[in-house]
Design a protein around this ligand. Structure first.
Ligand code: ADP
Ligand code: ADP
Length: 217
């Protein structure tokens, strides 16, 4: 469903990825691990169509992602992907519930229905209490859970998450992982998680280890 072939990406003189190939099936949960600076975030960003590799190909459901123009890549992300960034990235002017409703509103769903689904997603992630708060009023852990709710709410075909439990204590981290895995299984979505937490990696069907921008195992 999601394939990368011979990806290369550098930043100035730093080669972040070199010759990375992988294939991720529908409903598969994959953890990307490796030391800091090994290229995990860069790989995730290439797979999710956020950045473009200099060489190689990314294909999602038979469609080339890397060669799409910016507008088409944005549309693909909105329609098919859920993305959890490392640092929340919620819209500061909107409440937690409105932030979670955004993917549904973009998808053309009615406002009341979207807000109701958003509320349910917040409940599943244990942050229903935060529904009416603005992102600036949330703790790091709360924002992260709201961001996960937003990534899952529209049942995307693939979810990409960069350290989704990084700001959470172990109990909250477990709740987030269980909800990610449960939703992925129910919707047959591919789940790609960057993590350096072994407990998170243990939820994955498969682990891809990066070292110096290459797949090490
Ligand atoms: P990881 O997620 O494994 O910590 P990254 O993908 O963030 O690794 O980074 C891989 C390498 O690329 C590192 O050397 C990092 O400093 C560099 N890098 C990543 N993003 C940028 C950027 N936007 N500009 C310059 N260098 C970057
Ligand atoms: P990680 O924990 O994955 O290494 P960082 O917190 O180091 O991530 O990086 C956060 C963001 O900064 C990422 O979007 C990455 O692309 C960018 N980045 C990483 N290294 C550099 C760098 N050397 N110069 C500029 N941007 C960077």
């Amino acid at each position: 469903m999601l394939e990368a072939r011979a990806l290369r990406k550098s930043f100035g003189r730093t080669t972040a990825l070199e010759g990375v190939s992988l294939s991720i099936g529908e409903g598969e949960i994959v953890a990307i691990t490796g030391p800091s600076g090994s290229g995990k975030s860069t790989l995730l960003h290439c797979l999710a169509g956020i950045i473009r590799p200099e060489a190689g190909e990314v294909t999602f459901a038979g469609q080339r992602v890397d060669s799409l123009g910016d507008a088409d890549r944005t549309r693909l992300r909105r329609e098919s992907f859920g993305i959890v960034f490392q640092h929340g990235e919620l819209v500061p002017e909107l409440s937690a519930m409105e932030n979670v409703a955004l993917p549904l509103l973009f998808g053309g769903h009615a406002r009341q229905e979207s807000l109701r689904s958003a509320m349910e997603a917040l409940e599943r992630l244990g942050v229903a209490d935060c529904a009416d708060q603005l992102p600036g009023e949330l703790s790091g852990g709360q924002s992260q859970r709201v961001a996960v709710a937003r990534a899952l709410v529209a049942s995307p075909k693939a979810v990409f998450a960069d350290e989704p439990t990084g700001a959470l204590d172990s109990l909250a981290g477990e709740l987030v992982m269980k909800e990610l895995v449960r939703t992925a299984a129910a919707a047959r979505m591919a789940l790609v998680i960057v993590t350096h937490d072994n407990r998170v990696a243990s939820y994955a069907d498969r682990e891809i280890v990066l070292r110096d921008g290459r797949v090490a195992g």
